[in-house]
Design a protein around this ligand. Structure first.
Ligand code: ZN
Length: 259
């Protein structure tokens, strides 16, 4: 337990005793200390992360961007919870909960996933006229998905259903895609262009949607700044009051025209 003071350790043992008591045990064992440590570490992390108001505001708009896009695209996974309380390395989190386990994904679903991922970055850009490093993980995941659309899933009209690269098990959390040496320089360039096209189209559409619904974006971000965490029901209530959000979700098929 590096970094913990004597006082922290005393508190940890106290928590361990509570965990043991809850399980009706007479003695503390290692599993109780483990649980107590997790609780203490996470608590410490949350409290020690001093976040200034400006950073908090950026995080609120970033997460609100993710939420709004997810709510505005047809067939998206429902947003389970969104928070601006830092956890681990993340400043905030938007948690999606699929209704059912999916085994294959449509092009419209995957493309709308790119919009979700860019929702955070684009919200920052629109509201603050500046961008932060906070979107790096979103960008990484979006790039990975766009590459797979082109090289593995045959979802680019310019490239067609030809496999370029190595196989990968997890469509959304996969490893780095390494191209096979059989790809010519010309095809390599074509692939890069196709990936860029998909990314730029997703960005453009994300900007369009957030601009049209900017009032709702403000409402979600303000609610987040006030409450720090919103659940699916609270998000739905905000959207129900919004005129622009009611005016229509984005149809997935319109999204993937000419990609
Ligand atoms: Zn994000």
């Amino acid at each position: 337990t590096p970094g913990l003071s004597g006082e922290d350790l005393a508190r940890m043992m106290n928590e361990s005793a509570l965990f043991a008591a809850r399980k009706g045990k007479k003695l503390i064992d290692l599993s109780d200390i483990e649980d107590a440590k997790d609780k203490l570490m996470m608590g410490v992390e949350r409290k020690s992360a001093v976040i200034n108001d400006a950073e908090k505001k950026i995080t609120a708009y970033h997460e609100a961007g993710h939420v709004l896009i997810a709510k505005m695209t047809e067939g998206s996974d429902p947003v389970h919870k969104v928070t601006i309380i830092p956890r681990g390395r993340a400043m905030g989190l938007t948690h999606y909960l699929p209704i059912e386990e999916k085994h294959s994904y449509s092009k419209t679903y995957i493309f709308s996933k790119l919009l979700h991922l860019f929702g955070g970055r684009v919200a920052e850009e629109l509201i603050f006229n500046d961008i932060t490093t906070g979107a790096s993980n979103d960008i990484e995941r979006a790039t990975d998905i766009a590459r797979k659309m082109v090289c593995e899933w045959g979802m680019s009209e310019d490239i067609g259903p030809i496999h370029y690269g190595v196989k990968n098990d997890n469509p959304f959390l996969g490893k780095e895609l390494t191209r096979t040496s059989s790809i010519s320089e010309e095809i390599g360039k074509k692939i890069d262009t196709a990936v860029q096209n998909i990314i730029f189209k997703a960005l453009e559409k994300t900007r369009e949607v957030l601009t049209e619904n900017i009032e709702t974006l403000h409402k979600i971000a303000e609610a987040l700044l006030e409450k720090e965490t919103l659940d699916g029901k609270q998000i739905d209530e905000i959207l129900a009051m919004s005129v622009s959000a009611k005016n229509g979700k984005i149809n997935g098929h319109d999204l993937i025209n000419d990609i």
